[in-house]
Design a protein. Sequence first.
Length: 163
Amino acid sequence: MCDRMITAIHRVSQLLSIPMLKGIHPLLTPDLLHALASMGHGDAVTIVDANFPAASFGPRVIELPGASSSFALAAVLTVFPIDKFESPAVITMQRVGEPDTVPEAVDDFVKVFAAAGLGEFPFSSLERHAFYERARSSCVLVRTGDLRPYANILLVKGVINAL
């Protein structure tokens, strides 16, 4: 994801934001906000691409068909604390047959994390079927309209410090 795309995320947030709540990213639908808020520390949310077999997985599926996985990730990171104690807390899917090749979408995820001030979090990756198994234990799957292959990322929720 180039700097122009990061700027576009912020611009879209501002243009589409005719909020009923202040400071809430426009991709964070009421269902998605409820799901994220209902999760406890150690629970996982998985943001998946349009080709991911989400309906057959069991966890609740929230659809964001007009968004890429990168845009959905940027929105989720505005409200979602990443676990600092469980490792790995950020997991992506490996390219089939090429586990050392980083998919384009994963490059974008790293840039989204950096733009959110979370560049210190290490990413891990799993083979496709291992990723599927890990995603089954998620509290919620967020299926996007992203057509890029391997545009899937699992996030483990951390804690919010006391005020």
